[in-house]
Design a protein around this ligand. Structure first.
Ligand code: BGC
Length: 928
C-alpha cells in the first residue's frame, strides 16, 4: 500500500514538474539577476537579501507581456542547482508579478555560505521562460569572531598622538601655533608582506580586507581587484566596509606572497572640516595610525580550509616609496625607493621587522554594499602647450581622478603635476579656489622606465601643469584617469538642440565626479563633503542617470548618525568634532535628505527597507523641529542656507544690502516650507509602512504647520512673503498655498519671472521645483525658454562658455567680472544639474508613478516645446529599459516608445489623449 501511495505521489510530482515546465518559450529571457542590487556579490551581510531580475523580450511585437509567476531555486553549489537537489531554497511556483525586492526565504545563511541561484518566470499567456543563467552571492563574514585577521601596521605614532592632543586642547583655548596645526606628522606609507606556502591545490581563494586609511593589495605581484580608494568613506565610528576579492587561480604551489601598502584616505587624511574650522585636525580625524586587516581563505582540493590572516608574522618596511598621499594635498612617489620585487615571491624580507598588532583597534566591519570606486574612463590630452619651462595639458573634460604618467628620465629627477578645473585669463591654472587642497602630485624618477599612478589621492581637473621636464612632454606619456563610484549608467538623452546635449553630458560628468562613495559637493577644493541639500535636490536626477540603488543603500546607513537634538545632519558623514563643532545640524532644505533620499529609493526601486531603516530617525527629526519651534514657524534653526546661491544675489551692479549667498526668500518662509514638506512626506512614509497612528498624528501636525504658514506668510492675493520666484515655487510645490489661491500664486511666480526679464532668480533648492511647476500650470513654454536660454544666468550660458561640468554658481566665471568669490567657486557641483530630471520627465516624458513604485507602472508624457524638433533617450529602470523617442515633421508628432516586460505605461500625448501601453514597442502619431 505504502509503495502504491509513494508511486502515486511520484506521478503527481512529475505531472507538476512537467506543468511547471509547460510551454517553454525562448522569446522571453530572465536576465540581470541581482542580490541586494549587486551582480554576483562576493559578500552580503544581509541575512534575508533581496533578489531581483529583469525580463527581456526579444520579440517586441508580442505586446502586453506580464509576469504571472516565478520560481527561484538556491543551492550551495552549481551542481545542486536544480529543482530536485537545491539545498537552500526552492520557492516553488509563486503566483506573483514581483520581479524586484523578492526576499530570500530559504535556509538560514551561515558566514561565507555560497548561494547559487536561478529563476524562471511565467507570462500571462501561460508560457514559461527557460531558467536564467545561474547567478551567485555569498554571505559575508557574519560574526566578528570569524575575523581571524588582526589590525596590523606600524608602531603607534607618538608624534601623531601628540599632534592630535595639541589640536584637541587648543581648539578649545583658541591659542595655537598655526604652523604646528597645519603640519601634522606624515610618515611615508608602510609596505607590508606575508610569504606563505601552499602544498595542496587551491579550489577557491577569497581575500577579505579592509583598512584604516586606504589600502592596496597584491597577490604574487599582481594587483587584487580594480577598486580604488578602498575602504570607502563611511561614518567610521559606526562601521567600516570590507572588500572581498576572488583570487581563485592566482595562487600556486610553493611560495605565495600577499603584499599591501596603506595611505591616509578619509580615515586619517584631510577632510572638509579644515575649510571652515580653525583647529579641525589636518590629519588623524577618525584614526591616528594606518592599519590593515585581512584574511585570505583558501579552500583546498582535499576539502580542508587554510586561512592566512593578518597577524604578527607579517613583515613591515616602514619607509615605503609613497612619501605622502592625501586626498587634498596630492601624492608624492619616489620610484627610487621601490624595493624591486617586494610584492612578489622570491624577495628577501629578512631585514624587515615584524608588524605591530593593534589589539586596541575594534571597528565594526560590514561587507561593502555598493559598487566600488574605480577608474571608469581614460582621457588623452586634447592639447599640450609649453609655457616657459612648463607644459600645460588640456584633457577637454573636467573630471575627478588623477593622471597616470609614463616616463624615463634621470634618477632623482622631480616631475610635478598641478591640477585645476579652469584657466586664469593669463592662461595659468585657476587654483585660487582650492583652499587647503594643494592638488599637486610629485614623481621622483628612478632613472629606468617609470609608471606613476597616484591612486591614493584625487583631484577635480581638466587642466594639468607639468614641470620638471627636461625633454618634451608628449601625448603618449600622460593620461587622465576618471575615477568614481561605478554603478551602471541607466540614462541617455539626445535632442535637436546641441547645447542641451552638451548640458546633459555636463550633468553626467558632474554626477560622476562627485560620487566617491558619498555624494560630495565638489571634487576639487578643500571641502568634498556630503552636503545634504545638494544630494536631496539631485537625488532623482542621479537615479535617472545611474543605478543608484546600491550606492544609496550604503549611504543611507551614514544618515543614521543624527545630531544629539534628534535632527538630521545637513552634511553626511557629519564630521562633528570633539565638542568643538557639533556638526552641521538641521539646515532647512538640507537635512530633509534623510526623508527624501529614502523616498526616492521607494519610488524608483520599490525599496521599503530604505524607509524602514530611517523611520525612527525621520520621526525624531520632525519631533525635534517641532519641540524647538512650538509655534510651528521654523525660526529656531541651528543652521541656515536658504535658497543657496540663487541668481537673486547676482545683481549687476551688486547690491551691498543683499545677503550674497541666500538671497530674497525670507529665512522663516524657506524653513517653514521644509518643516511642512518633511512632515507631509513622513505621513506618506508612515502610510507605506502601515504605521497608521503615526500617519494620522503627523497629518494633523502637517495641517497645522500649513495653516500657520498661510496665516503668517500668504496674503489674500496669493502673495507669499518675499515675493520671489523661489518662494512661490517651493510653497506651491509643497502644497502650502490654499487651493483657491494656487492660480493667483502661480501668476505671481510668472510675474516674478517676467520682472527678471524671463531669467532665473532661483537657487539650489527652488530651481528644479519651479521648472516642474511651470509644466504643472501649463506654462511649459516658459520652462523651455529658461532651459534653452543662453543669456546669463542660465544653464546654457555656462555651456556657451565651454563648461564641461555644471558650475556651483550661476556666475562662477563671467567675462565681465571674472571669477566669483574664490573661497567658494567650484566648476563641478550637482545642484543646478538637477534640471536633468526635468529633461527626463518632460522632454523624454519618462515619469515614475509613486502609486506603483519600482516602475511597475509609469507615465510617458513628452512635452515638445522650445526649439526642439526631436528628442530621444532611455531609462533603464529596475524592471528594464524604457525608451522614448519623438520627432515633429511636417506638423506630425511621432512618438516611439519601448515598454519593458511586466510593466505598463500610461502614455499621454501632446493633444491630451491617453493610452495604456503594455510591454513592447508602440508608435503614436498626433497632428500638431
Ligand atoms: C557647499 C554646497 C553646500 C553649501 C551649503 C557649500 O560650501 O559646497 O554645495 O550645499 O555649502 O552651505
Amino acid at each position: 500500500m505504502r509503495n502504491i501511495l509513494n508511486l502515486s505521489c511520484l506521478i503527481i510530482i512529475s505531472i507538476c514538474a512537467s506543468c511547471l515546465g509547460a510551454k517553454e518559450t525562448d522569446y522571453i529571457k530572465v536576465s540581470d539577476l541581482t542580490c541586494e542590487y549587486l551582480v554576483n556579490p562576493l559578500s552580503v551581510d544581509v541575512l534575508q537579501p533581496r533578489l531581483a531580475w529583469k525580463i527581456l523580450q526579444s520579440d517586441m511585437a508580442k505586446k502586453g507581456q506580464r509576469q504571472t509567476a516565478y520560481q527561484i531555486i538556491v543551492a550551495s553549489s552549481p551542481d545542486l542547482l536544480n529543482e530536485d537537489s537545491a539545498d537552500l531554497w526552492r520557492s516553488g511556483k509563486v503566483k506573483s508579478s514581483q520581479s524586484i525586492q523578492v526576499v530570500y526565504g530559504g535556509k538560514e545563511l551561515k558566514s561565507m555560505q555560497n548561494c547559487w541561484w536561478k529563476v524562471r518566470v511565467w507570462n500571462n499567456k501561460g508560457e514559461v521562460s527557460q531558467w536564467s543563467q545561474p547567478a551567485h552571492w555569498r554571505a559575508g563574514i557574519l560574526s566578528s569572531d570569524q575575523w581571524l585577521g588582526e589590525w596590523i601596521g606600524s608602531k603607534p605614532d607618538e608624534a601623531m598622538r601628540e599632534y592630535r592632543e595639541y589640536v584637541a586642547e587648543n581648539h578649545r583655548s583658541r591659542t595655537y601655533d598655526r604652523n604646528r596645526w597645519m603640519n601634522p606628522p606624515k610618515p611615508p606609507s608602510p609596505l607590508l608582506r606575508k610569504s606563505f606556502d601552499v602544498e595542496t591545490d587551491v579550489v577557491r581563494a577569497t581575500l577579505y580586507a579592509s583598512a584604516l586609511g586606504y589600502y592596496k593589495v597584491w597577490i604574487n605581484g599582481e594587483r587584487a581587484g580594480d577598486q580604488l580608494h578602498a575602504p570607502e568613506w563611511t561614518n567610521y565610528a559606526d562601521y567600516l566596509q570590507y572588500q572581498t576579492y576572488d583570487l581563485t587561480g592566482k595562487l600556486k604551489k610553493g611560495e605565495n606572497v600577499l603584499a599591501a601598502t596603506l595611505a591616509d584616505g578619509w580615515a586619517l587624511g584631510r577632510l572638509g572640516g579644515i575649510k571652515w574650522f580653525r583647529f579641525f585636525p589636518h590629519r588623524g580625524f577618525y584614526a591616528l595610525d594606518r592599519r590593515l586587516i585581512a584574511q585570505l581563505v583558501l579552500e583546498l582540493s582535499d576539502g580542508s580550509v587554510k586561512i592566512i590572516p593578518t597577524d604578527q608574522s607579517w613583515k613591515l618596511n616602514d619607509d615605503g616609496y609613497i612619501i605622502e598621499a592625501d586626498n587634498f594635498a596630492g601624492q608624492t612617489i619616489d620610484a627610487r625607493k621601490i624595493p624591486a620585487g617586494w610584492n612578489n615571491t622570491g624577495f628577501d624580507d629578512s631585514n624587515w621587522e615584524n608588524v605591530f598588532v593593534d589589539k586596541n583597534e575594534t571597528r565594526n566591519l560590514v561587507a561593502q554594499q555598493n559598487e566600488p570606486i574605480r577608474a571608469h574612463a581614460e582621457l588623452k590630452p586634447v592639447r599640450i602647450w609649453r609655457v616657459d619651462d612648463r607644459y600645460l595639458v588640456d584633457f577637454g573634460q573636467n573630471i575627478a581622478g588623477h593622471c597616470a604618467f609614463k616616463i624615463k628620465g634621470r634618477a632623482g629627477q622631480v616631475i610635478t603635476l598641478r591640477h585645476a578645473e579652469w584657466l586664469e585669463e593669463n592662461g595659468e591654472l585657476y587654483t585660487r579656489s582650492l583652499g587647503h587642497a594643494r592638488a599637486i602630485d610629485t614623481f621622483i624618477l628612478s632613472g629606468g622606465d617609470d609608471y606613476f599612478a597616484p591612486e591614493f589621492t584625487y583631484h577635480g581637473f581638466q587642466y594639468v601643469e607639468v614641470s620638471g621636464m627636461d625633454f618634451p612632454l608628449t601625448e603618449d606619456m600622460i593620461v587622465a584617469r576618471a575615477v568614481s563610484s561605478d554603478p551602471d549608467v541607466t540614462g541617455s538623452f539626445e535632442c535637436s538642440n546641441p547645447y542641451l546635449n552638451q548640458l546633459f553630458s555636463n550633468i553626467y560628468w558632474t554626477q560622476r565626479n562627485n560620487m566617491y562613495s558619498i555624494m560630495t559637493d565638489n571634487p576639487s577644493r578643500d571641502e568634498r563633503t556630503g552636503a545634504a541639500g545638494d544630494i536631496q535636490i539631485f537625488a532623482q536626477s542621479s537615479i535617472f542617470n545611474m543605478n543608484m540603488a546600491a550606492f544609496f543603500t550604503k549611504y543611507i546607513r551614514d544618515f543614521k548618525d543624527v545630531a544629539p537634538n534628534g535632527q538630521f545632519f545637513s552634511m553626511i558623514p557629519s564630521l562633528r568634532y570633539e565638542g568643538f563643532w557639533d556638526g552641521w545640524i538641521g539646515a532647512p532644505g538640507w537635512c530633509e535628505a534623510g526623508l527624501i533620499v529614502p523616498w526616492r529609493m521607494y519610488e524608483n526601486y520599490g525599496d521599503v527597507r530604505a524607509l524602514e531603516n530611517l523611520y525612527v530617525e525621520m520621526k525624531n527629526h520632525i519631533d525635534a523641529t517641532r519641540r524647538e519651534n512650538p509655534d510651528l514657524i521654523w525660526r529656531n534653526r541651528h543652521n541656515h542656507n536658504n535658497d543657496w546661491l540663487n541668481a537673486n544675489t547676482i545683481r549687476n551692479p551688486p547690491d551691498p544690502t543683499y545677503n550674497n549667498r541666500r538671497g530674497g526668500t525670507p529665512d522663516d518662509v524657506f524653513a517653514t516650507i521644509f518643516f511642512a514638506a518633511a512632515t507631509s512626506l513622513f505621513v506618506d512614509i508612515a502610510k507605506v509602512l502601515d504605521q497608521n497612528a503615526d500617519a494620522a498624528h503627523y497629518k494633523a501636525l502637517a495641517d497645522s504647520i500649513i495653516t500657520k504658514f498661510r496665516q503668517e506668510f500668504v496674503d489674500e492675493d496669493g502673495i507669499v512673503e518675499g515675493d520671489t520666484q523661489g518662494a512661490y515655487s517651493m510653497a506651491l510645490y509643497y502644497g502650502l498655498i490654499p487651493e483657491n489661491l494656487r492660480e493667483k500664486a502661480f501668476e505671481h511666480l510668472v510675474r516674478c519671472i517676467r520682472e527678471y526679464d524671463y531669467r532665473l532668480s532661483t537657487g539650489f533648492i527652488s530651481t528644479p521645483l519651479m521648472m516642474k511647476l511651470l509644466v504643472d500650470f501649463g506654462r511649459t513654454d516658459i520652462a523651455y525658454q529658461l532651459l534653452e536660454s543662453t543669456r546669463f544666468p542660465s544653464w546654457l550660458y555656462q555651456v556657451t562658455l565651454g563648461a564641461t561640468t555644471v558650475w556651483e554658481r550661476w556666475d562662477a566665471w563671467t567675462p565681465e567680472n571674472g571669477f566669483r568669490e574664490d573661497t567658494m567657486n567650484s566648476f563641478d557641483h550637482v545642484p543646478f544639474g538637477a534640471v536633468v530630471e526635468w529633461m527626463y520627465r518632460h522632454i523624454l516624458g519618462i515619469n515614475p508613478d509613486i502609486n506603483y513604485p519600482g516602475y511597475e507602472r509609469f507615465t510617458i508624457q513628452p512635452r515638445p516645446g522650445g526649439t526642439l524638433t526631436r528628442a530621444s533617450g532611455s531609462y533603464n529602470s529596475i524592471r528594464g529599459q524604457i525608451s522614448s523617442s519623438w520627432k515633429i515633421e511636417n506638423g506630425l508628432f511621432t512618438l516611439e516608445i519601448e515598454v519593458p516586460f511586466n510593466t505598463t505605461a500610461n502614455v499621454v500625448l501632446p493633444n491630451g489623449k491617453k493610452h495604456k501601453a503594455g510591454s513592447g514597442k508602440h508608435v503614436f502619431e498626433v497632428k500638431m
